[in-house]
Design a protein around this ligand. Structure first.
Ligand SMILES: [Zn+2]
Length: 561
């Protein structure tokens, strides 16, 4: 995936849209005919499946499938909450990815999805039972009870188990254990984090879904005889989604863009930074309720700020030609944007690939995403990210692993940073804790407790005037020596459904951020206008400065040596 790629979630209603947008990739496609049409337009096309449910009609016909659904602590099957308006012979119960029959069912669907010359496979709801178990009260099916018993036996010693109330692992039953704490689904959901074995149970479920993702990849690649790209709906930054990312080439997912705030969110960009921390491209979309808000309020202008933000952060919002919307009142519905509102923006990106491909975040500040603490609601890195971006502090993100997230803080990399911001030091293993100790001893650790923590980051490498409503993102291309400064206008006016232009934007960058180089040439691009304007950068001591007469939605100023 290139940073300048335009990605469609679904195949379009008419193939003309491929050309209108400059689409290069369909990640969430379906069917050999759609794949063939995409290929004719030079588009890479993935087939897709989901782990979510086999649907109520199939469950009614197949007793084995019905025995493979997620059940709650009361023994009742769990219906997928956002599919209740899809009426079938039975409710659409959540499939359990621990059950061997359902695992095989998913694998067969995947083998069907990669027929017909597709380039890869997308898995929606890839977290399977782990997702259901993490917030919806599953799963106490026979397969999960037996599987978790074996998992505890293999991974924990008798003394550790005794500490959490497991006297005899050979007869251990998680349902009976949970009943000491909760007897209804809602009680279990409310009290789950206080149950000592809840986190190990999620880890067990994630191990199950991750192995299914890995098995499916092997089976599909064997079937087609070549390698396939694999993506999943990873809903960053939720750690339950990060148990299998090693098996994925692309993170393709819904992020919460906070549409109902009626303004661009300060924190939604964090998903892009976390994707960088996992060294993977993110093709994002908004959540179903975000799109429902956009549809109900007819605000394509807010979506344009999302598109600009995504590419400025080095990733991409999938083109919104056909979006799934969801509210509890309306259920599933759809929003189709007007092509003329968005195609010029996306085409512009593909026509200026040299401003995107090969550029990486420049910044000496590192923000640690503490994934185990985040899962427990104890990590403030997302809040810190919102503050840092709002003040044009250039930061990179690294992911602290734990539980099931297989990442570890790199001591050398952190000691090489100017500053390391952490939103929590809880829940880390001894090695990662020691790494943060070393960073602290080097005088570089900033524990985020709120905006007052940012004083430790002064002076900022990038200064923007006016500072309100302008975000500056500095990206450097190590091969060419070029620097692209993305300027995002955040001054969105809800009534006008557009940003209010900002005059006389001045940017000053510490040259240490740019490898100490001087820049003689600069060019400004006002996306998506075809013209470019020369800019005269001035070098004043340690800083490079330039001025932009006017900022509309999004400008890119390219500095060249
Ligand atoms: Zn189960």
């Amino acid at each position: 995936m290139r940073r300048s790629d335009v990605v469609f979630m679904y195949a379009p209603s008419t193939p003309d849209l491929y050309d209108a947008y400059g689409c290069g990739v369909v990640l969430w496609g379906s069917g050999p005919e759609a794949a063939a049409t995409a290929r004719e337009h030079g588009v890479r096309f993935q087939g897709s499946i989901w782990f979510l449910t086999a649907w109520g009609d199939k469950l009614a016909e197949n007793p084995e499938l019905l025995r493979s659904v997620c059940v709650d602590i009361e023994g009742n099957p769990i219906e997928v909450p956002w599919l209740t308006d899809h009426k079938q012979k039975l409710p659409n119960y959540w499939g359990c990815t621990t059950g061997p029959y359902y695992r095989d069912y998913c694998k067969q669907r995947a083998l069907e999805a990669v027929r017909g010359g597709v380039a890869g496979l997308h898995i929606d709801d890839h977290a399977g039972t782990a997702a259901c178990a993490s917030y919806a009260g599953g799963c106490f099916c026979q397969h999960c009870i037996e599987g978790f018993r074996a998992y505890l036996k293999a991974n924990y010693g008798a003394a550790d188990l005794a500490d959490v109330g497991v006297a005899d692992v050979d007869t251990f039953d998680y349902a009976q254990y949970v009943k000491q704490y909760a007897t209804t689904r809602q009680e279990y959901i409310d009290r789950r984090f206080s149950i000592p074995l809840f986190i190990p149970f999620i880890a067990f479920e994630i191990q199950g879904e991750a192995s299914l993702v890995a098995d499916i990849r092997v089976a599909c690649e064997e079937a087609v005889g070549h390698s396939l790209s694999l993506s999943a709906n990873t809903c960053l930054p939720g750690p339950v989604q990060l148990g299998d990312y090693q098996h994925l080439d692309t993170l393709c997912g819904e992020t919460n863009l906070g549409a109902a705030e009626g303004r661009p969110s300060d924190i939604s960009h964090f998903a892009y930074r976390v994707a960088d921390g996992l060294r993977r491209p993110l093709a994002s979309t908004a959540s179903g309720w975000d799109w429902a808000w956009i549809a109900a309020n007819n605000k394509p202008g807010l979506v344009k700020t999302w598109v600009a933000e995504s590419y400025a952060f080095g990733h991409r919002l999938m083109a919104p030609h056909h979006q799934w919307c969801y509210t509890t009142e309306k259920g599933t519905h759809w929003w189709d944007c007007r092509t003329e509102d968005f195609a010029p923006l996306y085409r512009w990106v593909t026509e200026h690939r040299d401003l995107f491909d090969g550029f990486e975040t420049a910044g000496g500040v590192v923000l640690v995403f503490n994934s185990p603490a985040y899962f427990r609601g104890q990590d403030r890195s997302e809040e810190a990210a919102g503050w840092l971006a709002s003040h044009s502090v250039q930061y990179r993100c690294v992911v602290a692993g734990g539980d099931w997230v297989d990442e570890r803080l790199d001591r050398e990399a952190l000691l090489g940073a100017d500053k390391v911001v952490v939103g929590s030091r809880e829940c880390l293993d001894a090695d990662q804790e020691a790494t943060l100790d070393a960073v602290e001893q080097a005088g570089k650790l900033v524990t985020w407790t709120g905006p007052e923590s940012a004083a430790a980051l002064l002076p900022y490498a990038v200064e923007v005037t006016p500072s309100e409503n302008v975000w500056a993102l500095v990206r450097a291309n190590p091969l060419t020596g070029e620097v692209a400064v993305h300027l995002l206008n955040r001054g969105y006016d809800l009534g006008a459904d557009g940003v209010t232009p900002i005059s006389d934007v001045r940017v000053s960058i510490d040259r240490s951020l740019l490898g100490g180089r001087a820049f003689a040439i600069a060019t400004a691009y006002a996306v998506p206008a075809p013209e470019r304007e020369p800019v005269s950068p001035s070098q004043d001591g340690d800083r490079v400065s330039f001025r932009l007469p006017r900022l509309d939605l999004w400008s890119i100023v390219v500095l060249r040596p």
